[in-house]
Design a protein around this ligand. Structure first.
Ligand code: MG
Ligand code: ZN
Length: 369
């Protein structure tokens, strides 16, 4: 599986003219305006090659092409040039560079208050959506505080301590089939008034959660890939989540949504799977942009925690094809793109450390510099 060929019909001619036609987002943002809501979208492992492969395969502009502001983020963690997703997400959630495997704690193991916890304290509605277990490193870093990202059952208890308004993702077994204790966290959430449902009972697309109650929906176990049964929910969740959270609080909301498995496909050096995960994430981005364009008070940021695979796009077997190649089965230290749209988007221009994304979100929420 070293070399994977991706055939393309018409590359440059098809791609670039449509880029301009497609870019039809209204621009509600005069510089200096502050957003009421922030949606942070994280493509795990999504470097520039991952995005480019998605563009070529799609043969027309992606939703990512519509963003008016782009930047670049440096991803190193406290002690390693190569970050993992735990330290990478903690940079966004807490604004601190921490040790790889640390979730919501700083480099001295001290719990840090996350942007989600601060949003909740300030009366905003908060939500997390992931295309993997909701206890996995990226979403967990916004709500849990542990040194070891592998401690899924311990991480799950934090979802009881901090009651999010909306949770969508996998990992139900860490809540209701626990080996470390006898707690049933699904029952505990239900007792507190949260409506909990799952894939086996109803597909997300058929659900119309009542914004009077917090809502949790668990996907199929085993964390299926985007083309597998039970994984059609990411764009659906992206369509549902902002409108739901908007109704949960008049003060605004914070939502993090993760395209989780771009990373996994690249760990496996699987080019076609990377493309399919990339396009699934881009579809979710489209649904978020649709909300933000209508709403006018929502800042949308799309970025990645790191690049995965040292992915390169090389000449394929014909002049209009590319070959996707990988140089490593782990992460790399390359900078990753940042895209922004909506009030405050202009702050995400330029080149900066990943922790800046936290500080700029905080500033835009009006919680200090
Ligand atoms: Mg992740
Ligand atoms: Zn990874």
């Amino acid at each position: 599986m070293k070399l994977l060929i991706l055939n393309l019909l018409a590359v440059f001619c098809a791609l670039f003219p449509s880029t301009t036609v497609h870019n039809s987002l209204p621009n509600p943002s005069e510089p200096g305006r502050k957003p009421k809501n922030i949606i942070l979208l994280i493509g795990d492992g999504m470097g520039l090659a991952q995005v480019t492969a998605g563009q070529y395969a799609h043969q027309k502009a992606l939703n990512l092409d519509r963003f008016p502001v782009t930047g670049l983020s440096r991803t190193q963690s406290a002690k390693h040039l190569i970050t993992d997703s735990a330290a990478g997400a903690t940079a966004f959630s807490c604004g601190c560079k921490t040790i790889n495997t640390y979730i919501g704690v700083d480099a001295k193991e001290k719990p840090c208050e996350t942007i989600l916890e601060q949003a909740r304290k300030n009366g905003l509605a908060v939500g997390l959506v992931a295309a993997c277990s909701i206890t996995h490193a990226t979403p967990a870093s916004f709500i849990a505080h542990v040194n070891d990202r592998a401690e899924m059952e311990q991480i799950a208890t934090y979802f009881i301590d901090t009651q999010a308004d909306l949770l969508i993702g996998g990992g139900m077994k860490y809540f209701n089939q626990r080996k470390s204790d006898q707690r049933n966290l699904v029952a505990e959430m239900s007792q507190k008034g949260t409506v909990v449902s799952d894939f086996s009972r109803q597909p997300l697309a058929e659900m119309h959660p009542d914004p009077q109650h917090p809502f949790v929906w668990f996907s199929a176990e085993g964390e299926p890939t985007s083309v597998a049964k039970g994984r059609d929910y990411l764009p659906v969740a992206a369509g549902l989540a902002p409108a739901f959270l908007k109704q949960r609080s008049g003060k605004g909301f914070f939502l993090m949504l993760e395209g989780s498995q771009i990373d996994w496909a690249c760990h496996d050096k699987n080019g076609p799977r990377e493309v399919s995960e990339m396009l699934d994430f881009d579809q979710a981005i489209g649904a978020i942009l649709e909300f933000a364009a209508r709403d006018g008070e929502t800042l949308v940021i799309v970025t990645a925690d790191h690049e995965t695979g040292g992915m390169t796009l090389e000449q394929g077997t014909s002049p209009d094809s590319i070959a996707i190649n990988f140089n490593t089965n782990y992460h790399t230290a390359s900078m990753v793109p940042v895209y922004a749209y909506g009030p405050g988007a202009e702050l995400f221009n330029g080149m900066y450390e990943n922790t800046e994304i936290y500080f700029r979100m905080r500033k835009l929420f009006g919680w200090g510099e």
